[in-house]
Every structure is written in structure tokens, then in C-alpha cells.
Design a binder for this molecule. Structure first.
Ligand code: DQQ
Length: 516
């Protein structure tokens, strides 16, 4: 970084901080100026979805409806920090390019969601779009279901419907459809409803935690989405034999649960303590009990509160919130915080383990492939790798490498000499069932003779890394200075292990980085 870049960067940050403050006063001029700053922010992703301004967190109610994809998300219209939860909304024909629509849900003064419209799920009931979501309002401690710092919140499950072909407008029921946790149950949280249709019934899971027992997923059933009967605890820390012996926080809540069939099995996902988890197993649909057989982590990096939908071909698509990892004051000043992961297709391996792959739709953004010519011998391969570039911090990398008797390492770096790598991938034949990402060893169930396959999607300040469709790890990077970085690869070990190495530039999804 040179001094000029540094000064430009500092000046921009200071100006954006002032503008972010003005924005809470909703000044149109401030918005225009902030947009200008955001459009020039080298840390702002260009092919991931995020709102034009301000804070976003969980994906909400993704649904394919009327020939279009809709994504809703937790949104703070007042600035780039968590609070005053509304639902942002965007529409797409391909899950890649988005158009922002007006906010879909806002708190109703005096209503059950007066202090926030929290996470929820969309379903179609007789063709009509219906959302179940958690409404929160401040309540005395003895009526609270959750504590947010010094504040006591009452969480109830609310319902809204839309008859608009673009789901722009929603009508809320005035009273919650589930107004309290099961009688006698002392909960640490009661939120994020996720319904599905099964036979003649609607079922619903709600994220919860039972005092001194830990996280739990509560199961309800209904004939009409409006009158709900509590059934049982479907899963939890002390259920299914899973995770029972870990040390746990007595205030633990399993947030954003979702339960769905995938291949021959059923899958539960939930988020807690900053990580998103999955379990796969067997549902006894007569008793409505779930026996987990396998479990894992959906993403080892900055990734939380994922939510799924079916795409137009019936694939199970996972969306997740990628949070900031830089200090609050920095992202507040930037005027934006949080983004949506790329759409990930989930499938079930015959071994009962989850497989995760980025949706093929993203490939339309590829341009300018640089592919390593493997026929030229060791020295020329090395110089080819050294000359490959990803410009302006926006691209995709695919590595396929043979797991033989030679160790190797691939690092993604800025061009500056001796710059610390942004991501390092290592393989060592002493540990044939492992790959290390940034020195963290991760177990991969390789088939006989199966190559190591690494895919990376690099975008401004985020890198999504995938290993053999089994492991995902999302990293954040905040370059200093005012310009996006050009990146290159450093290879250690014999290049003869490489079966394929390709880099693509990735096109932005909008002209102005506002993802409109
Ligand atoms: N975020 C929402 C909650 C959910 C949490 C509030 C998970 O509904 O439990 O913004 O990130």
C-alpha cells in the first residue's frame, strides 16, 4: 500500500462515517454520497448478494414463487449495525442477479413484533405465500422468553400472507399463532419457526434452549398453519445421543432450526455459539421422532443462521449469513455489514454425510479462464503458476491434485513481496485423510484414488473455500488502502501432482456494487 492509497482510504472512511450518521436521518443526499463511497469500497463484494446499504444478518424465507426467486433477510434500515429488525427483500430469476424490492416486513407499533421481526420461513398454502416469523416485544422478566443484554424480550410466532405476484406487500395476523412456549417449559429462547407439509399435517420446528439443559428444537403440528399443538422436543443437546457430553453454556439456544428430507435421509440444521451444524438420520414419521446418525459443521468459518429452499428443479439450496469479522466501528463507518453466501446445493452422500457445492448458476459469471498447461514440465509449470493473476480481488480458483507420496501447499497471496497469504491449503501424505486450511486440519472422507479438489470464490473481502464438496470454510479479509488487490498463487511441492488448476475472473453482478 502506498501513502496515497492509505490517505485516500482514510479520507473515504472518515467521510463514510459521517455519512452513515446522516443516513439515520434518512437524508437523500447522504444516501447518494454514501452510495458513491460504497461503490468505490474495495472491500465490498461484487458477486455476492447484499443490501445496498446498512446491516443484514440471517437469510429469511427464501422461496421460488411465480417463476422468480425471492430472498428476504434480517435488515436494520437505520445503519450498519444490528438492531430494529425489519425484513429486506430482493428478487431474482437465477439466484445470481438480484433486484432490491421495498422492505417486506416492519415492526408494528403496539403489535407482537413491535421491537423486531425476527427470522422466519415461507411456505405455500394452497398456492398462497405465507410467512411464519418471530415477533419480539419488550416484556417484564417474568414474561420474557429471551434476554438481549439488559433487555427482556417476549418472542411469539406470527403469521403474514401475501397476494402480491412479487410478494411486495404482506398482511399480518394481529395476534400470534403461537403465543408462548409449552406450559411449564423454562426456555432461554423461542424463535425462528420453520414449517413444512407432511401428509395431512403442517409441522413446525422452533429454535429454543431449555434452562440448564441446553439447545433444543421444539416440534409442533397444525392442520391450518394457524392453530398449533406442541408435539415434543425433536432434537436437542440431550436428545439423540448427540453432543451430550460437550461443555455447554447453560443459556445455549439452538437458533434457526430447519428439518427436511434429502435423498434417503432427513436432515436437521441449526445454529448456535457462532457455528451452523447439521445432523442426518432417520425420521420415524409415525411417531415423529428423529434419530441422528451423522453430524457435522456446515461451514468452519464466518457463516451463520443458514436457511434452505427448493430451487425450480427441486434442488435443496442453502443460503447463509456471512458476518463481518472486523470491529463494529469499522463496518458502521463503511455503511454496510454482512452479506449472503453464494447459493450452495446440498445433497446426501451414500455414506450419510452431507455434500455441499456452489450452485452451477454462478458459472455464468466466469470469464477469462487461465488454465495451467500440464504438458510443459516442472519448471515451466512453476513459471505459469507464478504469472497467473486474479485481478481486483474477484475470481474463482479450481485445483484438482493427486494425493500420492508428495506433499504440497497452495497459498493465495497479494502481490506485495512477503505478504501474508490470505488462504493456505496444505496436503501431506502422512495424513492421507486430511487437508489443512490455514493450518487447521480437517478430515475428508476421500474415496479410493480420489483427488483433492479445492474450489475458492474470492470477492472483495470474502473467500468461500470448498474441499471435495465435504467441507466449507468462509474467510473474511479486509485489505488496507483504497484499491482492490490483485492476487496470485504460491505453490510449494512438485507441480506434477496437479491434475487441473484453473483461475477465472468473475464478473460483478451490478454496475455500481449496490447489487441492484
Ligand atoms: N438472528 C435473528 C434471530 C435468530 C438470530 C435476529 C440468528 O431470529 O435467532 O436478528 O442469527
Amino acid at each position: 500500500m502506498n501513502r496515497r492509497n492509505f490517505m485516500t482510504g482514510m479520507a473515504r472512511t472518515a467521510a463514510l462515517a459521517t455519512l452513515a450518521k446522516c443516513l439515520s436521518a434518512s437524508s437523500a443526499t447522504a444516501k447518494v454520497l454514501l452510495a458513491t463511497g460504497i461503490a468505490a469500497d474495495p472491500r465490498r463484494p461484487q458477486f455476492h448478494f447484499l443490501p445496498a446499504f446498512n446491516w443484514m444478518n440471517d437469510p429469511n424465507a427464501p422461496i421460488y414463487f411465480n417463476g422468480r426467486y425471492h430472498i428476504f433477510y434480517q435488515y436494520n434500515p437505520n445503519g450498519a449495525y444490528w438492531g430494529d429488525m425489519h425484513w429486506g427483500h430482493a428478487i431474482s430469476s437465477d439466484m445470481v442477479h438480484w433486484k432490491h424490492l421495498p422492505m417486506a416486513l416492519a415492526p408494528t407499533p403496539g403489535g407482537p413484533d413491535a421491537d423486531g421481526c425476527f427470522t422466519g420461513t415461507a411456505v405455500l398454502q394452497d398456492g398462497r405465500a405465507t410467512i411464519l416469523y418471530t415477533g419480539v416485544h419488550a416484556a417484564p422478566a417474568d414474561q420474557a422468553t429471551s434476554k438481549d443484554g439488559p433487555h427482556s424480550l417476549c418472542e411469539t410466532q406470527c403469521l403474514a400472507t401475501s397476494d402480491d405476484p412479487e410478494l411486495r406487500t404482506w398482511s399480518k395476523l394481529a395476534t400470534p399463532v403461537i403465543s408462548a412456549p409449552p406450559p411449564g417449559m423454562q426456555v432461554n429462547g423461542f424463535r425462528d419457526p420453520s414449517p413444512w407439509r407432511q401428509g395431512d399435517w403442517w409441522y413446525l420446528v422452533i429454535g429454543s434452549g431449555i434452562a440448564n439443559q441446553g439447545g433444543a428444537v421444539l416440534l409442533y403440528k397444525s392442520k391450518d398453519l394457524r392453530n398449533w399443538e406442541y408435539v415434543s422436543i425433536l432434537a436437542g443437546r440431550n436428545q439423540n445421543g448427540a453432543r451430550t457430553f460437550d461443555a455447554f453454556d447453560p443459556w445455549e439456544v439452538w437458533e434457526c432450526p430447519e428439518f427436511f428430507s434429502l435423498g434417503e435421509r432427513h436432515v436437521l440444521i441449526y445454529s448456535t455459539s457462532g457455528k451452523a451444524f447439521w445432523q442426518s438420520g432417520v425420521l420415524d414419521s409415525a411417531r415423529m421422532t428423529f434419530r441422528a446418525e451423522h453430524s457435522g459443521i456446515l461451514d468452519y468459518g464466518s457463516y451463520y443462521a443458514p436457511k434452505t429452499q427448493l430451487d425450480q428443479s427441486g434442488n435443496r439450496i442453502l443460503w447463509g449469513w456471512i458476518p463481518e469479522t472486523r470491529p463494529l466501528e469499522e463496518f458502521k463507518a463503511a455503511g454496510w455489514a454482512g452479506l449472503m453466501s453464494l447459493p450452495r446445493v446440498l445433497s446426501m452422500g451414500s455414506d450419510g454425510l452431507l455434500r455441499i457445492a456452489v450452485a452451477k448458476e454462478i458459472e455464468q459469471l466466469r470469464r477469462q479462464e487461465q488454465r495451467l498447461d500440464l504438458t510443459v514440465g516442472e519448471n515451466l509449470c512453476r513459471s505459469q503458476i507464478a504469472s497467473m493473476r486474479l485481478e481486483v480481488c474477484s475470481g474463482e480458483i479450481l485445483l484438482q491434485a493427486r494425493r500420492g507420496s508428495d506433499p504440497f501447499e497452495m497459498a493465495l497471496c497479494e502481490l506485495a513481496k512477503d505478504a501474508a497469504p490470505w488462504v493456505t491449503v496444505q496436503y501431506h501424505p502422512l495424513y492421507p485423510g486430511q487437508v489443512s486450511i490455514d493450518a487447521r486440519p480437517l478430515t475428508v472422507a476421500f474415496g479410493d484414488g480420489e483427488d483433492l479438489e479445492i474450489r475458492m470464490y474470492i470477492d472483495g473481502s470474502v473467500i468461500e473455500v470448498f474441499v471435495n464438496e465435504q467441507i466449507a470454510i468462509t474467510r473474511r479479509f479486509y485489505c488496507s488502502g483504497g484499491n482492490p488487490q490483485n492476487l496470485h498463487l504460491r505453490w510449494q511441492g512438485k507441480t506434477a501432482v496437479i491434475a487441473r488448476l484453473s483461475l477465472w475472473q468473475i464478473s460483478p453482478i451490478s454496475a455500481d456494487r449496490l447489487t441492484t
